[in-house]
Write a protein that binds this ligand. Structure first.
Ligand code: GUN
Length: 289
């Protein structure tokens, strides 16, 4: 059986480390790091993610501010709120939870966030700084994946890493991190990739971030591969109180029979994204205060 990459446990270790650092900051007369979260509309999944982020702030001793707006807010008004947070010296970092309603440009909003308060690591400047030797704020989900591998002492150097899904938030920045800091040989697959299996079968480390339950079957995975599943799709499940369960992109039941390490969904990469957000907020506070 493979080793489960327990994102919940690693995330809680990281939060305990951050809590100690926050206590030291306060002992030294500094205020606690302060994260603001903007959420627009009433998408259930987004509210669940935001609840998790607030819970993490409480656990590590950060201050937090939640700003909730109706789905009808104009882009102009939202940009004004972003601007206010950019210039508010009490706020060390902030995020705008995605997705946003269709009438609002995600790129315009994210690019208006000051790079040194961009604790999601979405801004182009932070994306580019992945290949700098002293990045300040790293894209949160890919950084969480790298940290998970590091804490399980999984060596990436010289390994064949295949990433399925080339999104701006996960696959593309992770490809850069795997190459630059991980020294892996990286293949980045996307929806136009021909014969996906021929790539995934070569992977020593396979990362999947697409959002299609069970896309990756046992036949597509090499024996002994490390498998990281970033997918989280809500699928109907009448046995659950909520009426749904979270499903990853990997056929966990069968792939886990041949993988050496594998992430569960939920409880794998998800908690690591939140841990990264906490790490980035602490870094932003140290940089900005
Ligand atoms: N929506 C889904 N994941 C994320 C994330 O990591 N950050 C933000 N801001 N929105 C998201």
């Amino acid at each position: 059986m493979p080793t489960l990459l327990d994102g919940r446990k690693i995330s809680s270790d990281i939060k305990a480390e951050i809590k100690l650092k926050v206590e030291k900051m306060k002992d030294a007369g500094q205020r606690a790091p302060h994260l603001a979260i903007i959420i627009v509309g009433d998408d259930g999944a987004s509210h669940t993610y935001v609840d998790g982020k607030i819970k993490a702030c409480k656990a590590v001793g950060f201050d937090y501010t939640l700003m909730q707006f109706a789905a009808t807010i104009s882009e102009e008004k939202l940009l004004k709120h972003v601007d206010q947070l950019n210039s508010d010296s009490d706020i060390d970092g902030f995020i705008v939870q995605l997705p946003l309603p269709e009438h609002i440009s995600v790129e315009r909003v994210t690019e208006s966030i000051s790079p040194d308060k961009d604790v999601d690591g979405f801004v182009n400047q932070n994306f580019g700084s992945i290949i700098s030797d002293s990045p300040l704020l790293m894209p949160a989900t890919p950084f969480g994946v790298m940290e998970l591998l590091k804490r399980y002492e999984i060596d990436t150097k010289g390994k064949d890493c295949v990433i399925v899904g080339a999104s701006r938030l996960v696959g593309a920045p992770l490809a850069l991190m795997m190459s630059h800091t991980g020294h892996a040989t990286v293949t980045l697959c996307h929806k136009y990739t021909k014969d996906l299996s021929s790539h995934t079968q070569k992977a020593d480390i396979l990362v999947v971030a697409v959002g299609k339950p069970n896309l990756i079957t046992r036949e597509m995975v090499k024996e002994g591969a490390v498998v990281i599943d970033v997918g989280t799709t809500r699928v109907a499940d009448a046995t659950k109180k909520t009426g749904f369960k979270l499903s990853g992109d990997v056929d966990f039941e069968n792939v886990s029979k041949i993988a050496s390490y594998i992430t569960p969904v939920p409880g794998g990469v998800g908690p690591m994204t939140i841990a990264s957000l906490m790490i980035n907020t602490l870094r932003a506070a140290r940089h900005n205060q």
